[in-house]
Design a protein around this ligand. Structure first.
Ligand code: NAI
Ligand code: MG
Length: 372
């Protein structure tokens, strides 16, 4: 029996609450689909920083490196200044483990409320593949005459053919397993240097994946097309900044932070990938048992997919989708059920759902990811 070795970073606020449900779902799938799960907890995040003054050190990075994957909850506390944990822990992990792809599925599940009026869920199922380590987010640049009327700030965007090619190749492989359409999102009419490099690399790969249709959309136009015509997209590949922006728009279209999942993928197979809900620690609702665990469970599903456990991943997704559909039919404030109740129902569905129900769904991100 294959056993997967997971590092679990619960973090703060609702992080532990939703991660617990994600782990229960993974364990239920492990029992049903015949694989093992071992977990090691790492106390990292705002509380740990406030208690010990430590963020993450080389020793912990070394221990994390040995795991098959990292399941991450959320980090943050009003007592810790913004940026400290993002740079000190999250970005540190993404860089140390060369997690070049940030993957964000944007699927509207039936019954989930979206602010886009009359959007049929059938029309909304695409994936944003964001380059995760470069672009404007490398932190390079300089400021001169700081604090004066003549201040000048330069912010550099780094774009390497190597990272772009890796991310573009992954996107083509994903598109090939789905509806065979890839859209490059950039602003190549204005950002001519970076834009040309991205377009050239997409064109080069296109000849190797002739069955994948290739398209291009400017980042600003993307913000109109995504909500109005989401059916136009299958896999969208883009740089770090545009990806950050359009994937948040995607989260809104699919029903918000309660359902938005993500993966930070290492592509060379020599370091773990990390799976996390898009939301933060939500201090406003922490401890009340109101957090929606769906985003965390769907992130755990992406983790199983990355292991090649497509059926188990699909079982988590199918169970979550069906429970989300029931919840919105319930009366009452918020979700109409507690974090734990939702988690229990998802587990129940994973255990009892017919295998047929979990059958191979053509083009699901879960089966597509598991296949590559
Ligand atoms: P947030 O995502 O924690 O919360 C935004 C709003 O959405 C809140 O009203 C919250 O109650 C609600 N919400 C979030 N997730 C929910 C869920 N699963 N179910 C129901 N409602 C949910 O963002 P916010 O408030 O800006 O940040 C809070 C803390 O989290 C900050 O310290 C921030 O730095 C950190 N943060 C951490 C992230 C991470 O760990 N990757 C990502 C984003 C923020
Ligand atoms: Mg963001």
């Amino acid at each position: 029996m294959t056993t997967y070795d997971l590092a679990v970073i619960d973090g703060d606020g609702i992080g532990p609450e939703v991660n617990q449900q994600a782990l229960s779902a993974m364990k239920a799938a492990a029992a049903r689909f015949g694989f093992g799960l071992e977990t090691t907890d790492y106390a990292l995040g705002a509380q740990n920083y406030l208690d010990t003054g430590r963020l993450i050190d080389d020793e912990i990075i070394g221990r994390l490196q040995a795991h098959d994957a990292i399941l991450f909850g959320a980090m943050g506390d009003p007592g810790v200044a913004p940026g400290i944990l993002e740079r000190g822990v999250i970005l540190r992990i993404r860089r140390a483990f060369r997690q070049k792809v940030n993957l964000r599925p944007v699927r509207l599940y039936p019954g989930v409320h979206t602010p886009i009026r009359d959007l049929d869920p059938e029309r909304c199922d695409f994936v944003v593949v964001r380059e995760n380590t470069e672009g404007l987010y490398v932190g390079g640049g300089s400021t001169v005459h700081e604090g004066t009327q003549n201040a000048v700030a330069l912010q550099e965007s780094v774009n390497t053919a190597r990272a772009i090619a890796d991310v573009v190749d992954y996107s083509f492989r994903l598109a090939q397993q789905r509806r065979r359409k890839l859209t490059l999102c950039h602003k190549k009419n204005i950002l001519v240097h970076a834009g040309e490099l991205w377009q050239n690399i997409v064109d080069e790969h296109s000849s190797r994946y002739p069955e994948v249709e290739v398209d291009y959309v400017h980042a600003d136009a993307m913000c109109q097309h995504m909500p109005m015509a989401p059916e136009r997209f299958d896999v969208i590949v883009t740089d770090n900044l545009f990806g950050d922006i359009i994937s948040d728009l995607g989260a809104t279209i699919q029903g918000g932070l309660g359902v938005a999942a993500s993966a930070n993928l290492n592509l060379d197979g020599r370091a773990p990938s990390m799976f996390e809900p898009v939301h933060g620690s939500a201090p406003d609702i922490a401890g009340r048992g109101w957090a929606n665990p769906a985003a965390a469970v769907l992130s755990a599903a992406l983790c199983l997919a990355s292991f090649g456990q497509g059926m188990a991943a699909l079982a988590l997704e199918t169970a979550t989708a069906s429970v989300l559909g029931e919840l919105s039919a319930l009366a009452g404030p918020g979700m109409g059920a507690s974090t734990e109740e939702i988690g229990d129902r998802i587990v129940d569905r994973i255990v009892t759902g017919s295998v047929e129900e979990h059958g191979r769904r053509e083009g699901s991100i879960m089966t597509a990811m598991a296949a590559i």
